[in-house]
Design a protein around this ligand. Structure first.
Ligand SMILES: Cc1ncc(COP(=O)(O)O)c(C=O)c1O
Length: 304
């Protein structure tokens, strides 16, 4: 990682290399952290953070689901994110705010410790996640079942959700795939390890509902709104594994992935094995929105 700019830690901007925590930090042992992943894009009118209020709101909702007592307000964190992006000197970056139980007492009960907060930025350019952008990603339906809301709140973007996702990601990579697709405990399609998923069949666009145990992605919401504004519809419905194999197109959405095409799943070639027409149109539409070229969605950009 290139160490650029500063990292905001509990109200102070500290040099990147000095942004350290104690090895007995609670979250390191018990995954007691919630976080966000946000993008700042270099647009023709300057750097702009994509859907900042929605990300800050999700962070606070995640914290609430885990009864975390935040030391800062949503406004303070919003201001701190903008300040950190400016201090990074980066025109285009990934932003990672994280709230975590810190150093103090080390036992299971997290609430004996203070909730610390940090915000970091690192370089990340538009379209940098290559798999799926040009040739289409090859995905494996994971042998790991997505944990669900009967065990822990899946609507929270919590560190503890990611050991399950990381198992799926590593399994897929070790078997030569680019990404994993996870089923929920009912055998329905949930999501990728860090993306939501959409299927196109007979010109209908389908995606699993929030009740399938997914993170309600902000890119997922953006893509749904873009489709609707362009006169189309997206149907939220439970999908079976075989719906993937016989789909005309499959694509995934996420802050890191943006809109990525999936052209192979397990043994099956999706459609004609190339990124589909609808996927490509959405990739372009999403890029236009993120770059501030679509006036209808200009309020999604916070210029810094
Ligand atoms: C498990 C999971 N699902 C979906 C997403 C997509 O969410 P978003 O579009 O808000 O980045 C992410 C990425 O944050 C994720 O980690």
């Amino acid at each position: 990682m290139k160490e650029v700019g500063k990292i905001w830690m509990n109200g102070k901007l500290v040099p990147f290399k000095d942004a350290k925590v104690h090895v007995l930090t609670h979250a390191l042992h018990y995954s007691t952290a919630v976080f966000e992943g946000i993008r700042c894009y270099k647009t023709p009118k300057g750097s702009a953070i994509f859907r900042l209020p929605e990300h800050v709101e999700r962070l606070f909702n995640s914290a609430k689901m885990y009864s975390m007592k935040m030391q800062y307000s949503e406004k303070q964190i919003t201001d701190a994110i903008v300040k950190t992006v400016k201090a990074s000197t980066l025109k285009e970056c990934y932003i990672r705010p994280i709230a975590y139980y810190g150093y103090g007492k080390l036992g299971l009960t997290p609430t004996q410790n203070k909730v610390d907060m940090a915000i970091a930025c690192w370089e990340w350019k538009m379209g940098e996640s290559k798999a799926g952008k040009v040739s289409g990603a090859r995905c494996k339906v994971s042998s790991w079942i997505r944990i669900d809301s009967t065990s822990q709140p899946m609507k929270a973007k919590a560190a503890s959700n990611y050991s399950n996702a990381a198992l799926a990601r590593v399994e897929a990579l070790e078997e030569g795939y680019d990404e994993a697709i996870m089923l929920n405990s009912e055998g329905k399609i949930a999501e990728g390890s860090a993306e939501n998923i959409f299927v196109v069949k007979d010109e209908q666009i389908l995606t699993p509902p929030p009740t399938s145990g997914i993170l309600e992605g902000i890119t997922r919401d953006s893509v749904i709104q873009i489709i609707e504004q362009n006169g189309g519809t997206v149907t939220e419905t439970n999908l079976d594994r075989e719906d993937l194999y016989i789909a005309d197109e499959v694509f995934m959405t996420g802050t890191a992935a943006e809109v990525k095409s999936v052209t192979r799943i397990d043994h099956a070639t999706i459609g004609n094995g190339k990124p589909g027409v609808i996927t490509k149109a959405l990739q372009k539409a999403f890029t236009d929105v993120a770059m501030g070229r679509d006036e209808r969605f200009i309020s999604w950009l916070k210029y810094v």
